[in-house]
Design a protein around this ligand. Structure first.
Ligand code: ARG
Length: 461
């Protein structure tokens, strides 16, 4: 038969494939909680404004409570004939309370309803992600505090560059995640205006109270333009761009764990709980979770692009294309939440092989800059000339197959007589990191200060 919501002007029902392509119930049922909350706020307002008789409003509210209880108990709708969660909720309400249910949709359209539900869902998603980011930050800060003095090679071009501390390296990720939290928080603030009451696109002639429904749903205020409100998905794009940036950070850390867990590096051993074996190679201990965090970043970026392409060029106001907003956002959110949890578990339990890190820092001539700086500071040599002199000492050490500080003094002085025995002291990796005391530098004292500040920000003290 024809549709119970709009069957009045139809003689026949939809083709089976029409029903299939039209339905969003398969994924938008995830918004059941938000859908019921939006309807309760709406009907309470309709009752208070005298738009719906107060006895009907009360019956609708009670019925919606029972529909919600059914959903919460796991009885979610999936009949594509009802298209989406909005129509499914109303149909359940009608089954429960009868024809009075038909008053719920007064002064409302699914266009403002879906925009409201989706904003509420994304707002909850942002709060969940913020919790996950804070948890990962806490773990990073704790591990950084343990390793404020642990020396490792710092890299540029993935070539040993200058020694840094492991604590400093870990705190770099703390900073990235702090920016992620700030991006999500900005998105939340912009998101927090209520589209409900914009109706189909033009607003409504009923004397609704949009401030009241906005407030009941925890929004700061109602949106100011009904056309924009029903066709805006910026809040979803904001979520996805913030998620994509965040996933890039997680992916970079994941890549470092993969690299560091490899035998040639040997900087870390992932715990048993975060490693997998091989069905054929008995020796294997694979960093699958880190690889999947790295991989998921690609899917999250894909979800972001998907919604941008969906929205691009859509005329005002609502078009059905916009129903395709939810699958990419839900997917990105699930992947991000999982990635954050996995990364938190890995960082919390990874064993850092500080002996291997120190040996690598000592092997790669990583303190050559320190020797050049010594010539500048102690001998007044211009930096460019000092760079050249030290380049020659590195070449000599490489040829002799020894570390810089193992070059005999006469060999050093043959390169430049201004190089004296005490110059060698600056070649020690501990001396090198300890000297980097500029604000935000790698000196253990700096790292400890940053860790203390971060713990205060995170409420860890
Ligand atoms: N299922 C639709 C969606 O998710 C609800 C809005 C339908 N509005 C309309 N004018 N057909 O976007």
């Amino acid at each position: 038969g024809s549709n119970q919501m709009w069957g009045g002007r139809f003689a026949g029902g939809p083709a089976a494939v029409m029903r299939e392509i039209n339905a969003s119930i398969g994924f938008d049922k995830r918004m059941w909680r938000q859908d019921v909350a939006g309807s309760i706020a709406h009907v309470d307002m309709l009752g208070r404004q005298g738009i719906v008789p107060s006895t009907d409003a009360a019956a609708i509210r009670d019925g919606l409570g029972r529909v919600r209880d059914g959903y919460a108990a796991g009885d979610l709708p999936d009949d594509p004939a009802l298209e989406d969660i909005h129509m499914a909720t109303e149909a359940r309400l009608a089954d429960d309370i009868g024809p009075a249910a038909g008053r719920l949709h007064t002064a409302r359209s699914r266009n403002d309803q879906v925009a409201t539900d989706f904003r509420l869902w994304v707002r909850d998603a942002i709060d969940e992600v913020d919790g996950g980011l804070a948890a990962l930050q806490k773990v990073l800060v704790n591990r950084a505090g343990e390793h404020a003095d642990s020396v490792m090679p710092g890299f540029t071009h993935l070539q040993a560059a200058q020694p840094v501390t492991l604590g400093h390296h870990l705190m770099a990720y703390y900073e990235m995640l702090a920016r992620d939290r700030s991006r999500f928080s900005d998105a939340r603030e912009r998101l927090n205006e209520c589209p409900l009451g914009s109706a189909a696109l033009a607003g409504t002639g009923f004397p609704i109270d949009r401030v009241a429904t906005a407030e009941a749903l925890g929004f700061d205020r109602p949106t100011r333009n009904s056309l924009d409100a029903v066709s805006d998905r910026d809040f979803a794009l904001d979520y996805l761009t913030a998620a994509a940036t965040c996933s890039v950070h997680l992916s970079r850390l994941a890549e470092e764990l993969v690299l560091w867990a490899s035998q040639p590096f040997g900087f870390v051993t992932l715990s048993d709980a975060w490693s997998t074996g091989s069905s054929i190679m008995p020796q294997k201990r694979n960093p699958d979770a880190a690889e999947l965090v790295r991989g998921h970043a690609g899917r999250i970026a894909g979800a972001m692009v998907s919604l941008f392409v969906t929205m691009k060029g859509l005329p005002l106001a609502y078009s059905k294309d916009m129903q395709d907003d939810k699958p990419p956002l839900f997917e990105a959110h699930d992947l991000l939440a999982l990635s954050l949890a996995a990364m938190t578990g890995m960082v919390e339990s990874v064993a850092f092989r500080t002996d291997r890190m120190r040996a690598a820092a000592e092997a790669g001539f990583a303190t050559a800059t320190d020797l050049a700086d010594w010539l500048v500071r102690e001998r007044g040599v211009p930096f460019r000339e000092a760079h050249h002199i030290v380049g020659a000492t590195v070449k000599a050490a490489e040829e002799a197959g020894v570390a810089l500080d193992a070059l005999p003094l006469d060999r050093l002085q043959a390169i430049d007589p201004r190089l004296s025995g005490d110059a060698r002291a600056v070649l020690a990796v501990d001396a090198s990191v300890a000297s980097r005391t500029s604000f935000g530098g790698t000196a253990p004292a700096q790292v400890r200060d940053r860790v203390t500040e971060a713990k205060a920000v995170l409420g860890m003290t």
